[in-house]
Design a protein around this ligand. Structure first.
Ligand SMILES: *Cc1c(COP(=O)(O)O)cnc(C)c1O
Length: 392
């Protein structure tokens, strides 16, 4: 190469295939507003605002000074961690999992969800995704060369996919479901999973269940794991996370569980990409799983109070908005007078200094909706409602 020909960097086709990042404009506007010194209330990010529970931090402090934890971790995770996950799962869902073959610790559940398609999806294979959906799924399917088919989630069906539609599609290899759902906060019950598992068995569809919000629920109604359905282990893998339950988003730890062949596929992919989770974090995660249920209950109560405050506040502005049964997202139709979700988000930011996420960023069927998180204090929520009162 001569000095006067600039070296051209060409991205791989798979990167060019990624859909445009729709939150880019809002992100930019948010940064600009902050740089101008404006007091922004961020109802955009789904990241707990309160710290990791203290007993978990203490366990980490002890584990981090132990040289035994400084070396490459065992890929498949500490046996003690896998056993603790099995114990937790049994207690929480009355489902037994074999720690050795049916559980696999991850560097956050997103990491596992993103790597899993590489283990089971061939180029051209059809993968069903809901619309709207958590954006990480579609990227992982594109990277694996899969073909995405989107199935809309309608408010009139409780944001559950129409299972009769699924039965009509041919040659579906994998389907992703996520309840409690991000962004709609909808939950699925055992009847839904029973029907879904039956269809998956009839049609040979691998089911991926993302349960990152399994412990963030309200009004005492515990969400269901797909494995509460008999025989679900024949077709399903489920992803769990420490992030939202124990305020550990930055720690990067979660797990996959279920069908041993599916776990094996994921493990094979991962063994070529990473070398396990920092062992001190695994040790702290064992402590996390032993957290007194009352402490997680306090967290739930905190979000529940915020939820009621925000919902009642927004309703007092004449905005008809449903109260979420789980997760920490308020998902509502855009208020009257706005054209679309992007325009609404821009108006909230420009005229009320509030960041909210436009529904269209989660898929076409998310158009007409806006998402607001419950990860700010009650004072900030009250302030946000007052600011919206001025513009709605
Ligand atoms: C937050 C979130 C995750 C990722 O959790 P990590 O374990 O922190 O990677 C996965 N799925 C959904 C739907 C989420 O909202």
């Amino acid at each position: 190469m001569s000095v006067d020909t600039p070296f051209q960097i060409e991205f791989a086709d798979r990167l060019k295939e990624l859909p445009p990042y729709l939150f880019v404009e809002i992100d930019k506007a948010k940064r600009q507003a902050r740089a101008q010194g404006r007091d922004i209330i961020d109802l955009g990010v789904g990241d707990p605002d309160t710290p990791t529970l203290p007993h978990i931090i203490e366990a980490m402090q002890k584990a981090v000074i132990d040289p035994a934890n400084h070396r490459y971790a065992f890929d498949a995770g500490l046996p003690a961690l896998r056993e603790e996950i099995a114990t937790w799962f049994q207690k929480r869902f009355s489902v037994s999992l074999d720690p050795l073959t049916e559980i696999y610790p991850l560097i956050g559940s997103k990491e596992g969800l993103a790597h899993f398609p590489l283990g089971v999806v061939n180029p051209g294979d059809k993968v069903l995704l809901t619309d709207p959906a958590y954006p990480a799924y579609q990227a992982s399917i594109i990277f694996a060369g899969g073909k995405i088919i989107r199935i809309p989630l309608k408010e009139s069906s409780g944001f559950l996919p129409d299972l009769k539609k699924i039965a009509e599609y041919k040659d579906i290899k994998v389907m992703f479901v996520n309840y409690p759902n991000n962004p709609t906060s909808a939950v699925a019950n055992k009847e839904f999973y029973t029907e879904l598992v039956q269809i998956a068995k009839d049609k040979g569809i691998i089911l991926v269940s993302d349960m990152a919000y399994s412990e963030i629920y309200y009004d005492g109604k515990k969400p269901t794991s797909i494995f509460e359905v008999d025989g679900a282990k024949d077709v399903a893998i489920e992803f769990h996370s420490f992030s939202k339950t124990y305020n550990m988003t930055g720690w990067r730890i979660g797990w996959a569980c279920g069908n041993r062949k599916l776990i094996e596929a994921l493990a094979k992919v991962k063994s070529n990409y990473d070398s396990g989770i920092f062992q001190a974090i695994q040790v702290a995660a064992i402590t996390a799983l032993r957290t007194d249920e009352a402490e997680v209950g306090d967290l739930r109560r905190m979000y529940e109070e915020r939820r009621d405050l925000l919902i009642n506040g927004l309703r007092s502005l004449g905005w008809k908005i449903p109260s979420p049964p789980a997760a920490f997202y308020v998902w509502g139709r855009i208020p009257k007078g706005f054209q679309d979700s992007m325009e609404t988000a821009k108006a909230f930011l420009e005229r009320a200094d509030i960041v909210a996420t436009p529904g269209v960023g989660f898929g076409k069927a998310g158009e007409g909706y806006i998402r607001m998180t419950l990860t700010v204090s009650k004072d900030r929520i009250m302030q946000a409602v007052e600011r919206l009162r001025k513009i709605l």
